[in-house]
Ligand binder design. Structure first.
Ligand code: UDP
Ligand code: MG
Length: 324
């Protein structure tokens, strides 16, 4: 049995929320696959505030195998937080997250790892033959994948598949909020890492039920708006707010002169047309937008300067010590 101080080759991260009945079979499947594969590993199960027997089941497997590590959250924080908890504790060179409900197949882990070792920073699993409800799940997810791929320029079939493999350095600085584990590929792209995908197996959920409903679509769209905004304007928010503000003020000026023209040449009184109101509102909106942009600029400076953060990442240096 490997000692705790030895760093494993692979860290498998599993978020667990009310997965009683799935934990032991998952453990058995992972052990079977990894014994066959023959590389050292740790399996970090993050209990995200389960209210069923999950914790007791986790204790049972952790008691008999020291490669099994358990993090119990105080309450339910969501799948993204659970994954982050696992990433932060992972010590392997390669990190593979997967679902705890046996919908992902541990047998795909070696395939993802082998692909990663061809030189990628990330290999995404693609549930090519997905076993979920078509209307409620597969269809919205298809649209989401198209949207995420299109807006980020990272073309993957299945951003939402938890089963993926990462080189540990690419996730070392990852900070995920909300439901953003679907966008890790975008962060990897920011990091300058290469990404590829391979098809993985997918099974229907047999024990327990899905933790998500249709409202996840709205969250994905809002999260995507945040990521897209950060991607394009991370250090220059005034470009977004300023452009919107200027467009609004130009519309205001246009409305104002049109009203004047109608007043002088067509004899239309200023109280007969909505144009003065239009001009006033668009002027105010424009002004507020520009002020918001200035405020955001201050926040960007506070963010980077208070923590001595760089606005760039260095891959390596030659004949010069890296600053950090
Ligand atoms: N999960 C979690 N916290 C939550 C919701 C889900 O840790 O608040 C875990 C859950 O136990 C499972 C994985 O995230 O291991 C995926 O959840 P689920 O199977 O419900 O999602 P679906 O497969 O339906 O997309
Ligand atoms: Mg599932």
């Amino acid at each position: 049995m490997p000692l705790l101080t030895e760093t494993p080759f692979l860290s498998i991260i599993v978020p667990i929320y009310n997965e009683a009945g799935n934990i032991e079979p998952l453990y058995d499947r992972v052990i079977a696959v990894m014994t066959d594969y023959g590389r050292s590993f740790e399996m970090i199960l993050v209990n995200d505030g389960s209210r069923d027997q999950s914790e007791a089941e986790l204790m049972t497997i952790a008691a008999k195998d020291r490669r099994i590590k358990v993090i119990n959250f105080r309450r339910n924080y969501g799948q993204t937080a659970a994954l982050m908890g696992g990433f932060n504790a992972a010590r392997g060179e390669i990190v593979v997250p997967m679902d705890g409900d046996l919908q992902n197949d541990p047998a795909d882990i070696p395939l993802l790892v082998e692909k990663l070792q061809e030189g990628y920073a990330m290999v995404s699993g693609w549930r090519k033959d997905r076993k979920d409800n078509r209307l409620m799940r597969t269809l919205p997810s298809g649209i989401a994948n198209w949207l995420i791929s299109w807006s980020s320029g990272v073309n993957l079939h299945d951003h939402g598949c938890t089963l993926k493999a990462y080189r540990s350095d690419v996730i070392a600085n990852l900070r995920l909020y909300g439901e953003m584990h679907r966008f890790i590929a975008i962060y990897v792209k920011w990091y300058g890492g290469t990404i590829t995908e391979i098809p993985v197996r997918h099974h229907p959920r047999i024990v327990g039920q899905s933790k998500y409903g249709i409202n996840r679509i709205i969250k994905v769209i809002l999260d995507l708006a945040v990521v897209k905004f950060l991607e394009d304007f991370d250090t220059k928010p005034i470009y977004v707010f300023g452009v919107m503000g200027i467009i609004s003020i130009l519309m205001s000026i246009f409305g104002f002169f049109l009203a004047m023209y109608q007043r002088i040449f067509e004899g239309i009184s200023l109280i007969q047309t909505p144009l003065p109101l239009f001009a006033a509102i668009t002027f105010l909106v424009g002004l507020v937008c520009i002020l918001l942009g200035l405020l955001a600029e201050i926040m960007v400076r506070t963010y980077y300067e208070s923590q001595n953060k760089r606005t760039y990442l260095v891959r390596n240096t030659i004949n010069i010590e890296p600053e950090m």
